[in-house]
Design a protein around this ligand. Structure first.
Ligand code: NAP
Ligand code: F7E
Length: 323
């Protein structure tokens, strides 16, 4: 029989890649969507006829209970979140409601409907924040620097708590930053690749950024959802760090992206102090040896290939939007 998966956050970057991967693995794929005045299904356009969408929200307990009863999934992937760090200072309570209590709502729904459903929680390298230890692995202490990071720590620990208290298959992936042409346009990588494309095509003059010294371990979202899937197929529910092991600064990213369109980034990028965060995370780099050993996972797309892919896609997008 076909396995059935439910993805919360299927309309997001990772949800769309995971849906494609699970379809390729012959799953019956279900996803949650939130009601909005305009439907935003662009990321899942390619697979829309092959997946099943259901209205639900992590803020609404009954919608989660009903969907679990209706779909009867074997696996639930909880990717839904308020995922933009700066918004978490503007809306800290909302961020906590979705990213922290929302996880408990979903876990409670699973516990009450069917404790046998496997559960994946999308945890984040932001939980490490400004930890003095580098590189970060599954044992590294957390030092969160934003309401987002704090909310994700709650989500991570409640997941482990349901595993240990109720013997449920609950695993948590601590994923470092992962990007793609489907990345939201406000995140720094996409903001840079889109600007490089627009500047090259004469539609934008300058790119305003905040902290250029921040370093991140950037990978490709397509590689990372494969790790997520492998965690759910592992013989026991566990915690895994997923990362490339190489960090670059925002400045490095700018240089490489503008080089893809034969421009010198220094002529276009300006620092805007209003984009500097109340507290930033300066340097993150992950050690994913556990996943490499136990899940036989490794990233396939390099930093340079990722940037080329994103810039090429944004050039096409900008040309289409212009037309
Ligand atoms: P994303 O593109 O921002 O997608 C977030 C998804 O969550 C969207 O489908 C969004 O729906 C949905 N959502 C937001 N609030 C919701 C609510 N109250 N109820 C139900 N759905 C809700 O994020 P992503 O980059 O794919 O990341 C996926 C997950 O991994 C998130 O939990 C994120 O925090 C975590 N994470 C991401 C990274 C990364 O580098 N990308 C790294 C570590 C962890 P709408 O389309 O309606 O807005
Ligand atoms: O920022 C600096 C900024 O917003 C990266 C989310 O997916 O990954 C993501 O969180 C760095 C920060 O990602 C701008 O200060 C400079 O140091 O792309 P970002 P993030 O905050 O690391 C983690 C793992 C998640 O879990 C999150 O959900 O870039 N930066 N100038 C800027 N950042 C933005 N957004 N915009 C700027 O203009």
């Amino acid at each position: 029989m076909r396995k059935r998966a439910l993805i919360t956050g299927i309309t997001g970057q990772d949800g769309s890649y995971l849906a494609e991967l699970l379809l390729a693995e012959n799953y019956e794929v279900h996803g949650t969507v939130r009601r909005a005045s305009i439907e935003r299904l662009d990321r899942i356009e390619k697979v829309i006829g092959r997946i099943n969408l259901h209205q639900a929200d992590l803020l609404d307990q009954n919608s989660l209970m009903n969907i679990l009863k209706e779909v009867e999934p074997d696996e639930v992937y909880n990717l839904a979140a308020q995922s933009f760090v700066p918004t978490s200072w503007k809306q800290p309570i909302y961020t906590g409601e979705v990213n922290a209590i929302g996880v408990t709502r979903l876990l409670e729904a699973i516990r009450l409907v069917n404790k046998g459903i496997k559960f994946y929680q999308a945890s984040s390298s932001e939980m490490f924040g400004n930890t003095p230890y580098s590189p970060q692995n599954e044992e590294t202490p957390f030092y969160p620097r934003s309401p987002y990071a704090v909310s994700k720590i709650y989500g991570h620990y409640i997941t482990m708590n349901y595993r240990d208290s109720y013997g449920m298959f609950c695993c948590s992936g601590i994923l470092f930053n992962h990007e793609s042409p489907r990345r939201g346009e406000e995140f720094v990588t996409r903001k840079i690749t889109l600007a490089a494309a627009r500047i090259k095509l004469g539609l934008q003059e300058k790119l305003k950024l905040g902290n250029l010294d921040a370093k991140r371990d950037w990978g490709f979202a397509g590689d990372y959802v494969r790790a997520v899937y492998l965690m759910m197929q592992h013989n026991q529910p566990d915690v895994f760090v997923i990362a490339t092991g190489v960090a670059h600064s925002v400045r490095d990213f700018c240089k490489a992206a503008f080089e893809c369109v034969d421009l010198n980034w220094e002529n276009y990028v300006e620092v805007d102090s209003s984009l500097i965060r109340p507290a930033d995370v300066n340097h993150l780099v992950g050690d994913s040896s556990k996943a490499r050993k136990l899940l036989k996972w490794k990233p396939e797309v390099s930093f340079e290939q990722l940037i080329e892919m994103m810039v090429a896609s944004d050039i096409e997008l900008v040309k289409r939007r212009k037309g």
